[in-house]
Design a protein around this ligand. Structure first.
Ligand code: MG
Length: 351
């Protein structure tokens, strides 16, 4: 069954260029303006300078003094993301978002060629309706669909025909496999395992030595075997919001105020999506970059600002800030359900 992975090209940067056509063709990054801003997205014109997302802005400016820096417009990205997903969702079987600008699509029981034509049409439609280019990968498994769409960037479509999976993967870097991060990749490269095909040449004890209990899954991935389905149930795994402060915050009241604002924002999102959360968590990053995460389960699923705020506040108390400077605070709701599963919450007052 064909699965497509679609991903907007340089999402934030493309939105900026779409709305300000005079920026087209110029090296551009989307980044905040405060002193420790990092590049959120770099346009394709900025990439030849070696500019990548997560790079400190000052470093990007050193590499390209003519760089156009555009501030992020998060609210606009959210709206844009909803519009694009609504468009894709209306025409596919199941849609599973991976982030706000990429998703897996289950195209149902159709022939591969038909799926290919469908995906080409999706890309054209998103471009026509939203003015943004998406790259797409099409395959019979999620991992290969995702790798293919990465390779198709920018503005391309790459289809890996059924039966071609193994030969498609063979020459690619082991780093492309799911579950192989930079550290694992370095460890594999040290042992001469560079291409995915190299994994297939290993015997079982070596595989176990390298990948431990996940060795069979890694071998299957390397062969292109991937039976995971596109799942609507996991469409939204969690919703989160966070804020990095321009100056470190030591005043706990300010943190509580922000938690309330974040709770309100999340409750709004839950209501809009018509889903309920059963878990609330917070993330605190201190000035020394140490990170603390706390979460709590709710007795019943909620969409209420008050319930989310109270849970987040009790998490914050458990972190014991004690006046330590905080640089980032975030709230997250998870364990999302399609309905308030307990009778009681049907009648719970909405705050
Ligand atoms: Mg993208």
């Amino acid at each position: 069954m064909p699965i497509a992975h679609l991903d907007v090209d340089a999402f934030y940067a493309s939105v900026a260029v779409r709305d300000n056509p005079e920026l087209r063709g110029r090296p551009l990054v989307v980044a905040g303006s405060h002193r420790r801003s990092v590049v959120l997205t770099a346009s394709y014109e900025a990439r030849p300078f070696g500019i990548r997302s997560a790079m400190p802005l000052h470093q990007a400016l050193e590499r390209c003094p003519d760089l156009v820096v555009v501030p992020p417009t998060m609210e606009l990205y959210r709206t844009e993301s909803k519009e694009i997903f609504a468009l894709l969702r209306s025409r596919s079987h199941v849609l599973e978002p991976l982030s706000h600008d990429e998703a897996f699509l289950d195209l149902g029981e159709i022939a591969f060629d038909e799926a290919k034509a469908l995906v080409a049409r999706f890309r054209a439609e998103v471009f026509r309706e939203r003015g943004l280019s998406m790259s797409a990968g099409l395959a019979c498994g999620k991992m290969i669909a995702k790798i293919a769409s990465d390779l198709a960037k920018p503005d391309g479509l790459l289809a890996v025909e059924p039966g071609e999976e193994r030969s498609f993967l063979a020459p690619l870097s082991v780093g492309r496999l799911w579950g192989v991060g930079p550290k694992t990749q370095a460890r594999l490269n040290e042992r001469g395992i560079v291409a995915i095909a190299d994994i297939l040449a290993l015997d079982e004890p070596t595989l176990i030595d390298l990948f431990g209990s996940s060795w069979e899954r890694m071998r299957d991935f390397a062969m292109g075997i991937d039976r995971r389905v596109v799942s609507a149930a996991s469409e939204t795994k969690s919703i989160s919001t966070e804020e990095t402060f321009e100056y470190d915050v030591t005043d706990e009241h300010r943190l509580l105020d922000l938690l309330f604002v974040q709770a309100r924002e999340l409750a709004e999102d839950l209501r809009r999506e018509n889903i309920w959360a059963r878990s609330v968590g917070i993330k605190v990053k201190f000035a020394d970059f140490s990170l603390r995460v706390r979460q709590t389960s709710l007795r019943e699923p909620t969409q209420s600002v008050k319930a989310i705020y109270h849970a987040a506040r009790s998490c914050l108390q458990r972190v014991r800030i004690d006046g330590a400077p905080v640089r980032l605070l975030g709230t997250r709701v998870a364990a999302l359900e399609a309905s308030p599963s307990t009778q009681l919450s049907l009648f719970a007052p909405r705050s």
